[in-house]
Design a binder for this molecule. Structure first.
Ligand code: GLU
Length: 508
């Protein structure tokens, strides 16, 4: 059967829990490749290992893909013309193809018990041999030593059995890989792979080949850890007489010490990064660069999904392992924030603020602080200072909520005996300002300080503390302008009341 003439790629995870960052990268590369070529991106759930299933994991995978903006064209939830897209719902299909292989003498029944297999394995290891099935049940008619009558007897008795593919002896299997070129495997290193297990479920190897064929997958882009399985898949394609897809094995993800990326050395679950507040843009950008580069001497490191779509190609995926560097992810996150317009940031801040508003009462009217105008101003003041979008709310909550505490050391250092009196007097002057702009506030403060014979610094710091509760932040005068006259004066008044006398009510 001819393979589809439009590009069809697939992401085929096993629903064993969280989505691994390496999985997100595989999904992304498949998505980019399909979309770049006007093709289809398919999600298939590979749940044939029933012992590793985690309830809800399959749905979670679709949710994560949606979060990342990598929407499959066909999937278990979306359906499609080649469904079902969940392997456990395709058992009859695998059985039928397995029977075909048996009939054509390309596969055989095996009744060896797990205990027997373990014994054989131990013995082979002891002899310094590579552990492999000893072909006890390979029928005489296929070059083995088991008489057909014995096989029939075992079949009739109904004892548990598996089906194994017969790896041809003495051949070299060539895997054509778009990233690695031709990779050759000696058939002597391959085991007679189980295709159908005793529980009637296929193994990954059978299911992946049957499904990639039936779903008309044209390009199989997956992690390097599957390269060693590919010669078995190539043989299965040949057994069935099917056209092979293009294989592309992307490099392993490594810890900075070049060991294989493991859970122990840091978070590998996409869900953890989402919880930490990383944005889809940054995470997608980050995983894209784990193995791929824009090529032609380009130094560009910040990409949107659209830019990746334009630039992506299999030719620029490297062969060597890709180092997973979390500092880089944080840098990318910041760069994406800087690249967004104030208006775009305002849209991103709003849902985070709205969530916070379910827990805290704002000081300013909700309509005001959730307005485009207000959030755009906050975004403008803070975009150089935050590491995550959520920090627009968590790092500078004072734009929305009155300070509950005042930074202890800063109060000690900046709040002098005469501060309360000076601030109270200044407040009455600020109140008379006809326009409450940064410029007007600044010049009012300057002339006030000149008249009092003090440096502006003596009041700039206490005002910041009074209004924000902390000693650092954006330009003070702009902050006051954004907050507005009323909130500014109210906060100054509150601070003078709260910070009057000892002991100070300060952050502990
Ligand atoms: N089910 C395999 C996995 O969990 C898919 C490997 C492949 O893409 O062929 O990663």
């Amino acid at each position: 059967m001819a393979i589809s003439d439009i590009v069809r790629t697939r992401f085929a995870p096993s629903p064993t829990g969280y989505v691994h960052v390496g999985g997100l990268r595989t999904a992304l590369y498949n998505y980019l490749f399909a979309k770049k070529h006007g093709g289809k991106f398919i999600l298939r759930i590979e749940d044939t290992d029933q012992t590793r299933l985690v309830p809800g994991a399959a749905e979670n995978i679709e949710k994560v893909l949606e979060w990342a903006g990598l929407i499959p064209d066909e999937s278990p939830l979306r359906g499609g013309p080649f469904g079902p897209y969940t392997q456990s719902q395709r058992l009859a299909i695998y059985k039928q193809y397995c029977e075909q292989l048996i009939a054509e003498q390309k596969a055989y029944y095996c009744f060896s018990t797990p205990e027997e297999l373990e014994e054989v394995r131990k013995l082979q290891l002891k002899q310094g041999l590579q552990p492999k099935y000893n072909r006890k049940w390979l029928p005489e008619s296929m070059g083995g030593s088991m008489p057909e009558s014995k096989i029939k007897e075992a079949l009739d008795s109904g004892i548990p059995k598996v089906i194994r593919m017969k790896i041809p002896d003495g051949i070299t299997i060539k895997v054509q890989d778009a990233i690695r070129g031709t990779v050759e495997f000696d058939s002597a290193v391959l085991d007679d792979q189980v295709l159908l297990k005793a529980d009637g479920f296929p193994t990954y190897h059978l299911a992946v080949v049957v499904d990639d064929h039936l779903m008309q997958i044209t390009h199989v882009i997956r992690g390097e850890e599957w390269l060693s399985s590919t010669p078995k898949h190539v043989l299965l394609y040949e057994f069935f007489g099917w056209e092979k897809p293009v294989f592309a094995h992307v490099p392993l993800l490594l810890n900075p010490d070049r060991t294989k990326l493991s859970k122990r050395q840091g978070d590998v679950a996409v869900e953890d990064y989402i919880k930490k507040g990383f944005s889809r843009e940054a995470l997608i950008n980050f995983v894209a660069l784990l193995g791929w580069n824009p090529g032609s001497g380009s130094e560009q490191e910040i990409f949107t999904l659209e830019e990746l779509l334009e630039r992506f190609s299999l030719e620029h995926i490297g062969k060597s392992g890709a180092i997973f560097n979390l500092e880089k992810l944080s840098w990318i996150e910041k760069e994406h924030i800087r690249r967004k317009s104030d208006q775009e940031l305002a849209q991103a801040i709003r849902p985070i603020l709205e969530e916070e508003l379910t827990r805290r009462k704002p000081e300013l009217p909700i309509e005001k602080i959730t307005s485009d105008e207000y959030l755009t101003k906050v975004a403008h003041e803070m975009k150089e200072r935050v590491h995550f979008i959520k920090e627009f709310v968590t790092f500078s909550p004072y734009f929305f909520f009155e300070p509950e505490t005042y930074e202890k050391d800063a109060v000690k250092k900046r709040w002098k005996e005469n501060t309360n009196a000076l601030l109270t007097e200044l407040a009455t002057q600020l109140e008379t300002l006809p326009v409450f702009t940064a410029q007007e506030i600044e010049s009012a403060l300057k002339s006030f300080c000149e008249a009092k014979g003090i440096k502006t610094g003596e009041l700039v710091h206490p005002i910041r503390l009074a209004v924000s509760g902390v000693s650092f932040g954006p330009s003070l005068f702009h902050m006051l302008e954004i907050l507005g006259k009323e909130a500014t004066l109210r906060r100054i008044k509150r601070a003078t009341e709260r910070l009057k006398g000892e002991p100070l009510r300060v952050e502990s």
